[in-house]
Each structure stands twice: as C-alpha cells, then as structure tokens.
Ligand binder design. Structure first.
Ligand code: PMP
Length: 450
C-alpha cells in the first residue's frame, strides 16, 4: 500500500493548472446544484493529507465532512475492503444475507450508549438513517409529530429537509416538505438572550413550554437532536439540557432520537456524544465516520422499538452493502486498537489553547466551542457586537485554501469556522495546519479590522 508523506507541499498555486483544467469540465458534466468548496481535484490521500492532481499536498482539516476519522485510506479499512471485493460485492441482505452485516449490527449494538438489548438496521447515508429512525418511531408509538430544533441539520431528502432548519441552500424552493415536523428552540448558550448562564437554566423550560403549547406531548412520536449540532454551527447545548430532555421524553412516552451522524465514532472524544451527559437515547443514527470513507449508515435502538416494525418494513437494495460493512468493521477496529477516543481528546487539548490565544487577540472570535476533534470558532463583528460575520469567515477559509489547508465553515449564519481533522493526523501536521489558520486569520483581520 502506498503511504502518503504527512507534510504540506505546495508545488503550484491552489488550485493548480491541472485542477483548473478539470474544473473547467465540471459545468458541462455536473449539475450546477452540486457545488465544491475548494476546486482542487484529489488524486490520492492518506492519513491527514490530500494529494491533488498537480502534486500539491494539502492538510485536511475537514475529513470530507467528518468522515475520514480513521484517516484517509486507513490500512485496516483498505485491507478489509480489498478482501471483501475479491470475495463478493453484493447479494442484497434482504435476498441472501452475509455475516458482515450481522457483525456490524453487533458492533453498533455494543458500542452505542446503554446496556439494554438493542437491534440495528443498516442504510446508505445519514439522511436515510434519519428517515428510518423516524419511520420506526412513528410505527412504534402510533403517533405522527416529530420535533426538531432550530439550527438542526438532518439531511437533504424530503423528510430530512423538513427536519433541517436552514433554508439556503438546503431547502430553498424544494418544498413542499414532509408534514408533522415541528421546530423548537435550541439551547444555544452563546446566543441565548440572557447569556450562557441563563441558557442552562432556561432553555429546557422554553423548549418544553413550546412543545406543550404548539404540538401537544401526546402527539409526539420523537424528538430528534444532534447532541452537538453539526452543520448548524457546532452548537453545544447548555449543560443539563440533553439530560432533562431525556427525562421529559420518557415521562411523555416520546422517543429520543440522537442523530450522531456527525458526532459519533470517537469524533467528540467518546464513542458517542450522548455519553458526555450520560444520556441513553432510544434510537441512535450513525453514518459518516463509521464507514472509514465508504457509504454506510445505521439506526440502532431499543430492541422492543426496533422489533416492533413488521417484517419487510425496513430495508433497501444497497443498505449494509458487504464492502461498506467491511470498511466499517475495519474503521471500528482502528478506533478500538488505536484508542481514537483518547486521540480526539488529545486533539482538543492541542487546539484549544491555540484558539483561546487567538481569541484573546481578536474580538472577532466570539465563541470557541465543541468537543474532541469537533471544534469551532464563531466569528462576529467583534468588540461587543455579536452580529455574525460570514464575510470574514469566508475570507479566512479562502486564505487557508490558498495555503493548502482544507477547511470547512458552517452555521445558520455562515459565520462558524469548524475544525474536523482526521484522527490519524499527527501532532506536527495539526500544528502546521493551525499555523496556517492563524496566519490566515491575522492577515484577513489586518485587512478588515474590527
Ligand atoms: N445528520 C447529521 C447530524 C449530519 O451532520 C448529516 C450530514 N452532514 C446528516 C444527518 C446527513 O448525512 P448524509 O449527508 O450522509 O445523508
């Protein structure tokens, strides 16, 4: 297996001439609806480095949106996939099953929070997992309403668009959306009207009163929550919020669905982010990092809930494809063997002091938040003005890109700069990436002072 040297190398400007040439073909071949954040065409990747068609080596601080947690082309993933491709590539588990599907469900049942008996079902994408979790919740409870939060992101299919909060680009002109989806206020400490301390005290009460008045607890099948919100801005709910929500759901016979598609599988320093508040959800959705780069997703939950669905009610042609299962088993083995939860906590320890030092110098950094290797800074006008600054955020991103650092932004207001490095990236590579980010931030802020 060719290993990729773990250093940033710039041979051309970014994007280079071959990338520009390829990108010129995009408009004629690819729907304009599919955008690219950084038009650098990748030829090879390994660990925390992407090698482009011009021979540039870029540091990856995005992991393909929180997917390559184990690193790109991780050896155990590659080996298992290679063996599986040689053995067989597809039968459809619903026609003639295979052991890899069982093994992955067993692993999911064991790893997700809670010691109770569980069952799983496998799908192809995070959105598909969320759709199925809602199907199961409605079927089990006989209720229809689903409550999702402000700033939520759950996918781009019709039902998950309804669950997703942000209009542009995800929902704009794509309606009508699925019915019986209700939105509730999110516990968002940085922007809570009375400030972070009041948020911890008040946000759950505001949520519960809202659902009581506008939906009615008895109508609600499920509340779906990202334990740390992803696309909406890496929002970490105030301490105690998720635990109170858990209790309230149980009281009212409502299922708590934790969407751990982005937070799951070591990303936040534990196998699942729900664990930080010792919360045991009824259903957990997974995808992204689980597959080590191959498309696979799961719904895992209480056996009585998952088994309440009639035979044949769940499935799909490709769900739990054997090659994708093999990749996931390789990824999980890597996470276990290399203790990537501990690695995520070490990444946090490396990043936080650097981000805090930068925030002390630049009032444009309004908030630093996240856990493990899922960290973000929220950028504002600064000097007491919390107005979101998406222009600054985009400018810092472009400057990082030009210097060979792949970065992502997020947030309802487009003003959150997020860090999602692969957990296979070594400290030196992470430090170099942070150097590039800091220099970019300083340069952009110097050009447009607060
Ligand atoms: N849920 C969450 C929390 C996500 O972050 C995402 C993807 N960003 C999804 C669901 C949808 O996953 P996919 O893109 O695989 O459909």
């Amino acid at each position: 297996m060719a290993t990729v040297d773990q250093h940033r190398v710039l041979r051309t400007s970014i994007p280079g001439p071959r990338s520009i040439e390829l990108h010129a073909r995009k408009a004629a071949a690819v729907s304009a609806g599919v955008s690219t954040g950084l038009p650098v065409y990748v030829e090879r990747a390994g660990g925390g480095i992407l090698v482009d068609v011009d021979g540039n080596q870029l540091i990856d601080f995005g992991s393909g949106i929180a997917v390559t947690t184990v690193g790109n082309a991780a050896p155990r993933v590659v080996e298992r996939v290679r063996r599986q491709v040689e053995d067989f590539t597809h039968t459809c588990f619903m026609v003639t099953p295979y052991a890899e599907y069982l093994e992955l469900c067993e692993a999911l049942n064991a790893l997700t929070p809670g010691e109770h008996e569980k069952r799983s079902a496998l799908f192809n994408s995070g959105a598909e997992a969320v759709e199925n979790a809602i199907k199961v919740a409605r079927h089990h409870t006989g209720r229809q309403a689903v409550v999702a939060f402000d700033h939520a992101y759950h996918g781009r299919t019709n039902l998950t668009m309804a669950l997703t909060a942000k209009s542009m680009p995800y929902k704009h002109r794509f309606g009508p959306f699925a019915g019986e989806v209700y939105r509730a206020p999110m516990s968002y400490p940085f922007r809570w009207p009375g400030g972070p301390a009041d948020c911890a005290k008040e946000s759950f009460d505001v949520f519960a009163a809202h659902v009581h008045a506008q939906v009615g607890e008895d109508n609600v099948a499920a509340v779906i929550l990202e334990p740390i919100q992803g696309e909406g801005g890496f929002i970490v709910p105030a301490p105690g919020f998720v635990a109170q929500l858990r209790e309230w759901c149980s009281e009212h016979g409502i299922l708590l669905v934790a969407d751990e598609v982005q937070t799951g599988f070591c990303r936040t320093g534990d196998w699942f982010a729900s664990e930080h508040e010792q919360v045991v959800p009824d259903l957990v959705t997974t995808a992204k990092g689980m597959g080590g780069g191959l498309p696979i997703a799961g719904v895992t939950g209480r056996a009585d809930v998952m088994d309440s669905v009639h035979s044949g009610g769940l499935g799909g042609t490709f769900g739990g494809n054997p090659v994708a299962c093999a990749a996931a088993l390789g990824a999980i083995e890597t996470m276990r063997e290399e203790d990537l939860c501990a690695r995520a906590r070490a990444v946090e320890a490396l990043f936080l002091p650097r981000l805090q030092a930068l925030a002390a110098r630049f009032p444009q950094i309004g908030d630093i938040r996240g856990r493990g290797a899922m960290l973000a800074v929220e950028l504002v006008r600064g000097a007491g003005d919390l107005t979101p600054d998406p222009v600054l955020t985009a400018a810092v991103g472009r400057t990082c890109h030009a210097q060979g650092l792949v970065t992502l932004t997020c947030g309802t207001y487009g003003n959150v700069f997020r860090f999602l490095p692969p957990l296979a990236a070594d400290d030196d590579l992470l430090r170099e990436g942070l150097d590039v980010f800091e220099a970019a931030f300083e340069a952009v802020c110097a050009a447009t002072p607060a």
